[in-house]
Design a protein around this ligand. Structure first.
Ligand SMILES: Cc1cc2nc3c(=O)[nH]c(=O)nc-3n(C[C@H](O)[C@H](O)[C@H](O)COP(=O)(O)O)c2cc1C
Length: 373
């Protein structure tokens, strides 16, 4: 049983929390044919999670994915389902927070509430839920599920999360009827260990997505603009202020970044060019961007190429490319901009994390970002 004093890792003492992103999917975050990419084996998932736990990382965030994106890599075609993944990883770790990423259109909130509670108990209160609405039509079609119009997806998610929270907090059976979901005499016992409930995360980027996250969630998982570090603080402040002003809620802001270490800046940049440009899977990234609808939004060819480059390099995450000192300077800038946490990915997660722990962590501990380690 968790004591009152035992806070969830995302509320722990370190100013800049660290996580790992998308270790449950084939190729992780790198859309490349380069050697060393993540393979979906249980041993590799457990050993990575344990290494992150031992190093004091705060969070593991899986990606909810049901099919791949074609190309020579068929990027993300293999993935561990995220509730069962979190249950197993939770049992194999001690301190680190473990998320599930749940597609609301295909998981009933009653099922979600119970599965999440079970994982919360397995982990002693280290569980968290990342809510996604589903943007990939082929994936939703696999379930025979209807892909709602964009903003309606968030209205659906609002009903879903309302039922979820009621199930987590109400002892008596209740009825709920919305426009999309109806439950009758619904109840879920036991309750999660984490009170009032496990932390909720959402990565919506649109106005409807931000409204949903600010109103219902605890953590906003945002996509940083790799070419606009200067604008990051204003964006983070605006998001946090909006949640506070509209709903009186304190949002934590997380993002994700791809790491390419080098002994020199040039070595890191050369390797990035090698795996993302020379070995990048242009067909898979094109398919992914097309499904996301990016090709309709970014009409300037150079800007679109840049977008695809960051997606091949690390799923569009923020670039941490260079020497350990440069990486720590970049993290300091992000932390100064108000970022609470950064989930990391590498081409080779195991080698990358080991090098991070050897070369970056000691430098980070000399800053105000990781005084709690
Ligand atoms: C950091 C991050 C993680 C995400 N993880 C997933 C995921 O695991 N599965 C998924 O289907 N979509 C995922 N998404 C997509 C979002 O749920 C959302 O659809 C996307 O950010 C677009 O937001 P919008 O619908 O508000 O425009 C993720 C997005 C971001 C930025």
């Amino acid at each position: 049983m968790i004591s009152d004093a035992k806070v969830h890792p995302i509320y722990g003492p370190n100013k800049l929390k660290l996580g790992i992103f998308s270790q449950n999917c084939s190729h992780g975050c790198a859309i490349t044919t380069a050697d060393g990419v993540m393979e979906v084996t249980w041993d590799k998932n457990v050993s990575l999670a344990q290494a992150a736990d031992d190093a004091g990382f705060e969070l593991l965030v899986p990606v909810g994915r049901w099919s791949g994106f074609g190309g020579v890599t068929n990027f993300s075609s293999a993935s561990f389902e995220t509730y069962t993944w979190a249950a197993g990883i939770g049992q194999a770790t001690r301190e680190i927070g473990v998320m599930t990423t749940s597609h609301v259109p295909v998981i009933h909130p009653l099922m979600a509430a119970k599965q999440a509670t079970t994982i919360d108990h397995i982990t002693g209160g280290r569980f968290g839920l990342n809510i996604v609405c589903g943007w990939s039509a082929p994936e939703m079609e696999m379930f025979g599920a209807t892909m709602l119009e964009h903003d309606a997806r968030y209205e659906y998610a609002a009903e879903w999360v309302t039922i979820l929270k009621m199930l987590w907090t109400r002892d008596e059976p209740f009825d709920y009827e919305g426009n999309f979901l109806k439950v009758t005499k619904a109840v879920s016992l036991p309750k999660p260990l984490r009170k009032p409930h496990p932390p909720l995360m959402n990565a919506g980027g649109s106005p409807a997505g931000r409204l949903f996250c600010a109103q219902h969630c605890d953590v906003a998982f945002i996509l940083l603009d790799p070419d606009n570090l200067e604008g990051t603080k204003a964006r983070i402040d605006a998001y946090r202020d909006f949640a506070k002003a509209e709903f009186g809620r304190d949002l934590k802001i997380w993002a994700y970044g791809y790491v390419v270490h080098g002994d020199t800046q040039k070595e890191a940049e050369d390797y990035l060019h090698y795996y993302a440009v020379e070995k990048g899977d242009d067909v898979a990234v094109q398919n992914l961007c097309h499904q996301l609808g990016v090709d309709k939004v970014i009409t300037d060819p150079a800007a679109y190429d840049r977008f695809k480059f960051h997606f091949k390099a690390g799923y569009g995450g923020y670039p941490l490319v260079g020497t350990p000192e440069y990486i720590v300077d970049t993290l300091q800038s992000l932390s100064n901009a108000g970022l609470d946490g950064l989930a990391l990915c590498w081409v080779d997660y195991h080698a990358g994390l080991a090098r991070w722990n050897r070369e970056v962590m000691p430098l980070l501990r000399q800053t105000d970002m990781r005084l709690g380690d």
